[in-house]
Structure formats: C-alpha cells, structure tokens
Design a protein around this ligand. Sequence first.
Ligand code: ATP
Ligand code: MG
Length: 418
Amino acid sequence: MQNIQAPKGTKDVTPAESHKWHYIESNMRELCRLYGARELRTPVIEHTELFLRGVGDTTDIVQKEMYTFEDKGGRSITLKPEGTAGMVRAFLENRLFNEPMPQKLYYLNSPTFRYEKPQAGRLREHHQFGIEMVGAYGAETDAEVILLALTLFEKLGVRDLMLHINSIGCPECRRDYNKALREYLEGYLPEMCETCRSRFDKNPMRIIDCKEERCRQIVKNAPRTIDYLCEDCRRHFESVKACLDAAGAEYVVDPDIVRGLDYYTGTVFEVISNRIGAQGAVCAGGRYNGLIEELGGQSIPAVGFGMGMERLLAVMEANEVKFPKPPAVKVYFAAMGEAPRLKAFALAQELRRAGISAEFDHMDRSFKAQFKYANKIEAEYTVAIGDEELASGTVRVKRMADGEERELEISGLASFFA
Ligand code: ATP
Ligand code: MG
C-alpha cells in the first residue's frame, strides 16, 4: 500500500520550524496590543453565500479558487478563502457595533484555503495575520493600518520591502472609470480569456487583475482608476499619503494595484518583496466602506489588510533574520537502578511543577547513553542519581556549558534551579 501524503499545496510545520512561527506570532500579538487591536476568532468554515456577497462573484477567488462543498445537511459550506468577510460577519452577528468605535480587530494564524496551482509562495492552505479597523473614515486610519504592518516588518528585521499604494475610488468614481475602461477594452474582447469576457459587463475592473498573459498585455495601457477619482476620493488619497509622509514611511504610488476582492473602495495597498520570487506580495489590503452594509449591517466604513504568514517567513529567511533559539531543557536527570530511576521521575515532576523544565530517561538507556542524550538535547544541567546518591541524599549537579560541578542536597534542587 502506498504511504498517505499530505494534500498538494499544504505544508506541515515541523518542530524545527514551529519556534519561528511562535516568534512571529508573539511579535504580532505584542504589536496588536500596542495599537489597541483585540483578537476576533472566526470559524474555518462559513456559508458559501458570505463569500459570494463579500468577496464578489466575479473575482478569481470565487470563480476559481474556493473549497466549497455540501455538508450532510445540504448546506453549501466554504473553507475560508480570506479573512475579512468572516470578520465582518462576526462583527455583525456579535453586535460588536454596540461597543465603542473605532474597533480594531485582528486574527492570527488563520488557515486560509484557495484551490491554486501550487508553486513557490502559493499554497492551497496558507495562514494569514490580518487586522480590520472598523468605524472610522479618516485617512489616518488607513495610514495607521499600513503602519502597523510596516512596524511589524521593522520589528522582525525585514528590509527589502516596498509599500505600493493606490486608490480605486468609490462607486461614484467607479461609474466613470468603468465606462472609460469598457471603451478601451471593447475592441480587444475577442482576444481576452473567457473569464474576462464574462467580466466585461458585470465588473470590468476585475480584468485589470487577470493573471492570463494575453489579458495582461491588453490591460497594460488601459485607463487606471487613479485618473478617475472624484474630489472626495482624491482628497482622501492625498491625505493618506500625507500621513505616511508624516510618519516617515516610504512608498510608491502604483496605479496597477486593483486587488482581487470586490469589497475594496478607495485606498488599496500591497507590501511587496523582490526576494521571494514571483509571488512577492507579503501583505495586502485596503479600505472597504461598502462591505459591512453589503453583508446586512449599517453603512460603516472600515480598512484592513491580510498578511501571508508563509510568505512573511520566506522574506525573513531571505533576509537572514536570526530567530531566537527556543530554550533548551534546564535539567536532565540521569539515573541508574530502579529506585534512582523512580526518584529521577519524581524529581522531574517536582521541577516542572515549580516552572523548571526537566527531563529524565524514558528509553532505558545506559548511564553513558543518558549523558550523550542530555548533550544532544543541550540540557543546561545534568544531575546523576545512583543508589549512593539516594543513600546520602546529595547529588552532583553539572553545568554542561563549562563542566562546573557542585554538590547539592536533593531536597534543595528545586530552589537551586528556580
Ligand atoms: P496573489 O496576487 O499573490 O495571488 P492575492 O491578491 O490573491 O495574492 P490576498 O487575497 O490579498 O492575496 O491575500 C493576502 C495575502 O495572503 C497575500 O499578500 C499573500 O501574502 C497571502 N497569500 C494569498 N494567497 C496565498 C497562497 N495561495 N499561498 C500563500 N500565501 C498566500
Ligand atoms: Mg491570489
């Protein structure tokens, strides 16, 4: 029989890697604390309808990438393909709008599923860190959300990232823009991919985001949203830039960014690395002033981003970031003989209860092999226990780094190591 393997496009996080994730996660949590964001956890599954309405039924995500299935009760269920729709649903369902505004909500390590062609930087299950700042319209809010991401990169020692920003305008700007875009695209219709042809009437802006080479060539010279902003949107975008300038953040205005989800209005942005190959977007987001109403709430503005944790890790590795080593076990008890082994077992428990990591031999190894093992796991101290030590009630404690030994009473071990 063949071995069962992990599904294509998924990745295990082995113990040799998981401490890196812990490091990243703790930095994210600390940063969220500094910015006043609180965690909101949502389920991995949602009703498919949420994403059809939230993400948009002409997007790549909905048209090509969702893991959708019917459950045993006949409901259409989808594995989360992005974070925001679920956050907004939970925001409304839990009536968080009754709490003081604005609300800064974050999610961490959220499993995200997209049926994509697996390749470097593109998984079928990846994990996202994201923040949603709900209730405020001002440009400082957009800038603050962006700065939270940039501060995280700085904190994690990642350089070589560039912030790209753009504005895709509000529904009012979109009307003029769509008209201009259709006029431009009309002549190319027969050359476009089938998906884009179907987008032409419903949502032509999606064509700008198409990954097919022939469509990309066509849209190269297409009109860009930034040239069609209404007065309000233009001023808002100018203010976002002014806030970023005031905070000393570097950025480029990139009219090519339209983002692959329908809910965005106004500011959109991506933070891009050129060190991790073609899939360089580590973080992406923008303002979504219409989504909460679209999903059944009041008209409440919001802005947020999603960050791919695997891509972040890849960028950190490309930057040769030094991850703090996970702490090794503090005390290893080497024991020989039945009674000493039992004592080692009990002492290890006692130390752990006192908050000190401890280990002993589970493998019935020789004394020598136990020390070898202690060396391998880089135990900070070893304590040898035989019948003699039991009788005298004292043990020799060896500090492995320099070999320094000292004699201690067994009863005083916990307080010594504490
Ligand atoms: P791309 O243009 O690379 O397909 P996207 O626009 O589809 O990205 P978003 O929906 O903005 O991506 O998701 C937010 C972030 O999640 C991305 O910037 C990226 O870091 C990460 N991400 C998205 N899809 C994947 C994936 N398939 N595998 C790994 N990370 C991903
Ligand atoms: Mg994508």
